[in-house]
Ligand binder design. Structure first.
Ligand code: ZN
Length: 100
């Protein structure tokens, strides 16, 4: 099943037109962001709004169909950020000088 235009617009508006993973604004990109399946369809994810997130092409490509990644500090395998169940500001921040 594909995401229809009304659903796509709902996801975009809910995200305030920001990538829900990196918070880049869609308006500064040359292409519209994609609607990402948080749990990939290839792994059984559904098209419901609770499984959809607005994603810039870079984040969408990097997430691919992964559900977990390696924490660079602890080397532990951890679940990837889920914008439906987690709060972005508790996990990420933008720095003014681009330092990590
Ligand atoms: Zn992004």
């Amino acid at each position: 099943m594909t995401i229809d235009d009304a659903s796509r617009e709902f996801v975009r508006r809910r995200a305030n037109y920001l990538c829900e993973y990196c918070h880049s604004p869609e308006r500064i990109c040359t292409t519209r962001f994609t609607v990402d399946h948080i749990i990939p369809k290839s792994l059984g994810g559904l098209d419901g709004f609770d499984n959809l997130a607005l994603a810039c092409r870079r984040c969408n490509k990097r997430r691919y169909n992964f559900l977990a990644g390696i924490d660079p500090k602890t080397q532990a395998i951890v679940p990837l950020f889920n914008p439906r169940t987690q709060v972005w500001s508790e996990h990420f921040t933008w720095s003014k000088n681009l330092e990590r």
